[in-house]
Design a protein around this ligand. Structure first.
Ligand code: THU
Length: 161
């Protein structure tokens, strides 16, 4: 029998944005508004992301789908890649991720997909600073996660190469 090792993750739960510092509440609002710029004719699942940079800039992203489905890019990757292109070398402090669906059917926090977690983590690794994640659906609970690391146990990072 191998030795059992447990990996723990933790996050903070908030029931409304007013419980957060003003800038974090604003970031969630901006991410929600960014959902309106999504191009999601195939899934009709409109995701928005807002990245807060160390210089105070907020860079937005939304999912951009494609008829060749795997060519789609998710909102959070769109946001952090845009931030890197527009403000190279500026640390990303936080990323808020929201969804806007017809009938507000997503009442739990949206969670970044595996590919986005990997990309977000590499930003952390490059900038040697964690990125705080703020997750919320159309409405309802908010999860605040101090680093993408907690979402990627046994992660693959550039030090393996
Ligand atoms: N999507 C995102 O933009 N971010 C996520 O974290 C999850 C999924 C997008 C990809 C696709 O356009 C649609 O949502 C449905 O999967």
């Amino acid at each position: 029998m191998g030795k059992k090792i447990e990996i723990r993750a933790n996050y903070e739960l908030f029931s409304k944005a007013e419980e957060l510092p003003a800038i974090e509440a604003e970031l969630l609002l901006r991410a929600h508004a960014a959902c309106d710029t999504a191009y999601a004719p195939y899934s009709e699942f409109r995701v928005g992301a807002a990245a807060l940079l160390e210089n105070g800039e907020i860079v937005l992203g939304s999912n951009q789908e494609n008829a060749a489905y795997p060519s789609t890019i998710c909102a959070e990757r769109a946001a952090v890649f845009a931030a890197a292109a527009q403000f190279p070398g500026v640390v990303i402090r936080a990323v808020a991720i929201r969804v806007k669906t017809a009938g507000e059917r997503v009442e739990r926090p949206i969670s970044p997909c595996g590919a986005c977690r990997q990309v977000l983590f590499e930003f952390e690794w490059r900038q040697e600073t964690p990125i705080q994640l703020l997750l919320q659906g159309d409405k309802g609970d908010i999860y605040r996660i101090a680093s993408t690391k907690s979402l990627l146990p046994l992660l693959f990072d550039p030090s393996f190469l």
